[in-house]
Design a protein around this ligand. Structure first.
Ligand code: PLP
Length: 436
């Protein structure tokens, strides 16, 4: 499979180049040249297949030309060492629980897949190239922990996690600052967008790229975002088994729009989702785009759902490209929602009191968008993108409970924090990397 850039000026790349480079030379995002529709027979019997079987079929459509069947199957099965179940919350509203992985958020799926695919390519080219591969990743919370844990201890790869000082929760921070080994945490005096800008500048800097081999693991990387399609196919299969898949509305709490973008790719492959909802917190750039047809990025604002505090969602470029830049096509398939912190709190309380289900602040946006937006005859599935215990203090104080911390999360919090302080000035970041 070949990959082109959304900006249309960079050369066509193969999968290995697209994965290692992350961002194309013209700062565009890589897109697969073709999206292969899956045959009708696959959907006819999908409910009889396991998550791993479904995922392998989807993976084969994207990566089968570039990775041998055995190797790809192993990557898929190793990645999905945990389930992504669909759970009923109340009549016609179900949640796709994406928090059963090692760091309790959906990003585990993409990060684990990418780490394994990158390692596959490194091993393949090991004889000709001995250089260490350096993964740079900017995080507003959950990306950093998923990527760091996905790559932890993987030979030949070093990971730098850039995060905004004081703007991620203690629990989130502990998941990428306590690991040591091949993981370095960098605490940037700025906001998430500053971290993202530093990473983007590093990729564009010729001298730095001469000095070290750099690769991105943000949701812009095709090896991270495409595998997220796996769990949407699985969700459809499980809903079909319940006889609830006829008019399925998929609602995705969105920040950088990588997660919903992978669902849209699934839809292009024939996944019978009736329509989509992108649920936002107060960072409403996409919501505004849907209303006005104008995409106007702005500085992000801090909210309770901090992993969605994004003022210029990078995957917008992919969605725009996927639908031929047509606002009409985009807004007829996807609708939007935007919620203030007060509405998020209210929703978490209301859902807990009414159903007993504990939402995290991100999932709360999804739940509310379905509650407000579902039409007669539709069944909604919203993604629970993180375990509520990742935001324990917030969740406890909102719903007035003392929620349990899963063992694998508690383990992180016992570790010692190690991090490097950094300004948001690219010169400082570059000097640091040049000295490595
Ligand atoms: C990253 C993240 C999101 C946003 O996902 P995007 O792919 O960036 O849209 C939502 N919720 C949680 C908990 C996250 O970690």
């Amino acid at each position: 499979m070949k990959y082109y850039s959304t900006n249309g000026k960079a050369p066509i790349a193969d999968l290995q180049k697209a994965v290692v480079k992350g961002l194309a030379e013209d700062r565009g995002l890589y897109m697969p040249e073709r999206i292969k529709p899956l045959p009708k027979e696959f959907f006819d019997t999908i409910e009889t297949k396991s998550f791993q079987e479904i995922a392998y079929t989807v993976a084969d459509a994207f990566f089968g030309e570039d990775v041998e069947a055995d190797a790809l199957k192993k990557i898929v099965y190793d990645t999905l060492s945990f389930d992504c179940p669909v759970v009923k919350v109340k009549d016609n509203i179900y949640t796709l629980e994406l928090f059963h992985g090692p760091t309790l958020a959906f990003k585990d799926v993409g990060a684990r897949f990418m780490a394994r695919l990158l390692q596959y390519f490194i091993l393949k080219t090991q004889n000709t190239q001995k250089k260490l591969v350096n993964v740079l990743v900017a995080t507003s919370g959950d990306t950093g922990s998923a990527v760091a844990n996905g790559f932890l201890g993987v030979d030949g790869i070093h990971v730098y996690v850039l995060y905004p000082k004081g703007k991620v929760s203690k629990i989130q921070e502990s998941q990428f600052t306590t690991l040591g080994k091949n993981i370095t945490a960098i605490e940037v005096d700025g906001v998430f967008d500053d971290c993202q800008a530093l990473v983007k500048s590093a990729f564009m800097d010729a001298e730095l790229n001469e000095h070290m081999k750099l690769t991105s693991a943000n949701s812009i990387n095709v090896a991270r975002f495409l595998p997220q399609a796996f769990y949407y196919f699985n969700a459809y299969a499980r809903m079909k088994a319940l006889g609830k898949a006829d008019r399925l509305v998929m609602c995705v709490p969105s920040g950088n729009f990588g997660n919903i973008c992978s669902a849209l790719f699934g839809h292009e492959m024939g996944l019978p989702i009736h329509r989509f909802i992108a649920a936002n917190n107060a960072n409403d750039i996409f919501y505004k785009y849907l209303q006005t047809g104008k995409y106007e990025p702005k500085a992000s604002v801090q909210t309770l759902a901090n992993a969605m505090d994004v003022g210029d969602p990078s995957n917008f470029a992919r969605i725009y490209d996927l639908y031929g830049k047509s606002h009409e096509r985009i807004s007829s398939l996807i609708s939007g929602a935007t919620y203030s912190d007060e509405q998020i709190r209210e929703t978490m309380r209301q859902c807990y009191n009414e159903t007993g289900y504990i939402l995290d602040p991100h999932g709360a946006c999804g739940y509310r968008a379905l509650q407000e937006g579902l039409k007669d005859g539709e069944v909604g599935v919203f993604c629970e993108t993180a375990h509520p215990a990742k935001f324990k203090e917030t969740v406890d104080s909102i719903i007035g409970a003392d929620i349990e911390i899963p063992e694998r999360l508690a383990a992180f919090m016992k570790g010692q924090k190690q991090s490097v302080e950094m300004t948001k000035d690219f010169k400082d970041f570059k000097r640091f990397l040049m000295s490595r």
